[in-house]
Design a protein around this ligand. Structure first.
Ligand code: PLP
Length: 418
């Protein structure tokens, strides 16, 4: 089998040949055969050092032996029960221990469901309707948040089928700009239920918050009875054991989790203070439900993964990130073109722009043609990064020095030839 033929066939049966749009890169995506550690293999037998890592979940790399072992054991005793399990309590306790704002957890099936439920909870609790969202942030594919989540027009839904009545309650502001938030809050504070924010934006490349920006959001929301939701679907268990709130020491009211939480299996969660969380059904009236919520396979994979994470783990992971980012900065300095290297910890991206990137508008100055060239040059040499300028690259614990050296060499050659 080859990927080109498979993609032709896939297009007959799956819209665009894929089950999520970013996967359909040009001229055709490679089809996966298998994966292990830092490597992904296509059906032709080529191997790739993987910095996409399924868009974030695989902090332990692919098919980690411990995860495989524990999930296999669980599979043999059942994959869904429709009644609770002890492991759900165990994982909830672990989340509460690691994530500063978490006192209670509701497990769901995806990051999308987590943000949808968190927004519903915030609206119910505050009895207010509007939410503030940042331009270029992505909170999943549901209607409340599909407004300028990458490439849409201001204030308009990003997708046909999303009524403007839904998105008119979603107020967009630029990231890293306190004045813009103040202006809206001064005008509308009695209507604003929540601010939802990716504390480090990871769906428009990688944009960290300016100094004190998250503290500013914390203070302004507290003063105005607005719920602060950190969407840590990427940053949770990625930047530190307790995610971005731990890394920056700013504690939100609610957090949404996903990706790493499921250890490579579908899962999401919302978590926060008891006072808020107890409003969720059945202890409260805010409806939230799911056939596969707390699925024992995902819970097992998440539990096994989270048990591997500790301070030493993050020190090691950050070291790998620093090696890679510093080397890319050197390569760019040598090339005399002032592209911007972004990222922190185990997240990185190159923006093909000379402008400093602090928000969506800056990110959009990047030359996506150049990025596509860069992506293709890397792919040809066995390095797989997300195919879009506006995604973020990830490093796993399994990426070794040899992987990093090879990657640096190939990125160097690519930058030279662009
Ligand atoms: C991936 C992502 C989501 C959506 O999660 P899914 O599991 O894909 O539904 C939400 N928020 C952020 C910040 C994400 O990166």
């Amino acid at each position: 089998m080859n990927s080109k033929k498979l993609f032709e066939e896939a297009k007959e049966f799956l819209p665009g040949g894929v089950n999520s749009p970013v996967r359909a890169f040009k001229p055709y995506p490679f089809f996966a055969q298998k994966a292990s550690g830092s490597k992904l293999y296509d059906v032709e037998g080529n191997s790739y050092i993987d910095y996409c890592l399924a868009y974030g979940p695989l902090v332990l790399g692919h098919a980690h032996p411990l995860v495989v072992e524990e999930v296999t054991k669980q599979l043999q005793i059942g994959s869904a029960y429709g009644v609770p399990t002890e492991k759900e309590i165990e994982l909830a306790k672990l989340v509460v221990k690691k994530v500063p704002c978490a006192e209670m957890v509701r497990f769901v099936n995806s990051g999308t469901e987590a943000t949808m439920s968190a927004i519903r909870l915030a609206r119910a609790y505050t009895k207010k309707t509007k939410i503030i969202k940042f331009e270029g942030s992505y909170h999943g594919a549901h209607d409340y948040v599909l407004v300028k989540s990458g490439s849409g027009a201001a204030g308009k839904p990003d997708s046909p089928g999303v009524p403007e009545e839904t998105t008119k309650n979603t107020i967009l502001v630029p990231f890293n700009d306190p004045e813009a938030v103040l202006e809206i809050i001064n005008k509308e504070k009695e209507n604003i239920a929540a601010i939802i924010v990716e504390p480090v934006m990871g769906n428009i490349g990688c944009i960290p918050p300016k100094d004190d920006y998250l503290e500013f959001l914390r203070n302004i929301t507290r003063e105005n009875d607005i719920i602060l939701i950190f969407d840590e679907v990427i940053t949770g268990f990625r930047l530190a054991e307790g995610g971005a709130q731990d890394y920056y020491n700013v504690i939100p009211d609610l957090v949404t989790l996903g990706k790493i939480l499921g250890g490579g299996f579908p899962m999401g969660a919302l978590a926060g203070k008891k006072e808020l969380m107890e409003n969720i059904a059945p202890s409260g009236e805010v409806y939230q439900a799911g056939t596969f919520n707390g699925n024992p396979i995902s819970i097992t994979a998440g539990l096994t993964t989270l048990n591997e994470l500790n301070n030493t783990f993050y020190t090691e992971l950050d070291k790998k990130g620093n090696i890679l980012r510093n080397a890319i900065i050197d390569l760019i300095n040598d090339s005399k073109i002032n592209y911007k290297v972004a990222g922190l910890s185990s997240m990185f991206q190159i923006y093909f722009t000379e402008k400093e990137v602090l928000d969506y508008k800056d990110a959009k100055t990047a030359d996506t043609e150049k990025f596509s060239q860069y992506f293709q040059l890397l792919l040809e040499k066995g390095i797989f990064i997300p195919p879009s300028q506006f995604e973020c690259c990830f490093i796993s614990y399994m990426h070794n020095n040899h992987d990093l050296e090879k990657t640096i060499e190939i990125i160097g050659n690519a930058i030279k030839s662009i």
